[in-house]
Design a binder for this molecule. Sequence first.
Ligand code: ZN
Length: 238
Amino acid sequence: MKTISVKREGRRWYVVLSCDGVPAQTLPATGAVAGIDMGVASLVTTSDGRHLANPRHLATSADRLAEAQRDLTRKKRGSKRRRKAVVRVAALHAKVRRQRLDSAHKAALALVGDYDVMVHEDLRIANMTRSASGTLEAPGRNVAAKSGLNRSILDAGWGVFLTVLAHKAESAGRELIAVNPANTSRTCSRCGHCAQENRVTQAEFACVACGHTAHADVNAAINILRAGLALRQAAGAA
Ligand SMILES: [Zn+2]
């Protein structure tokens, strides 16, 4: 044991332990590889069609948080009611953080157990192209993305997920590859035709060239996997 610290978050107390020389827990090879698409309706969709961590409960908390923040702005400065509203906003922020971390851990654990190599979008590039192409402006109907706050909460979930995944992958001896996600959502994973029109809705992909149809996130995850394996092969050949 290296350090023990006690932390308070609102009305909750936490003990944080950090240890030195924790042995890595290498997992046996599975022979499986996966591309990972990070989205709004599901936190993670894999190239073999798995949908992990539906962040709907997170969206619900985000709505409550937005409401609590609006409520806070209406309270008079220095009033007892305002103090109460501040506590409520902080508690909801903490709840969102816990839910986000929990989904990230569960999804990452499932992936690391099943795949030797995982390819994901490079988030720094993804965030730029996403805001430019606006794919998040039309999220699935199931997820409330009413406010910018709501969306930013879901966005932050991807960063937390990738951080957790990187830690677990390293400990398990798994390989992670980050790729440029440009065009992965609008390119046909069967024939390679790239067009905005291929994307029918947030969830539906239909190639205008070859007629291939697929779940849009699965199609994107297959393209992500392919890009990652190509990078890996190029690195191996060099
Ligand atoms: Zn096609």
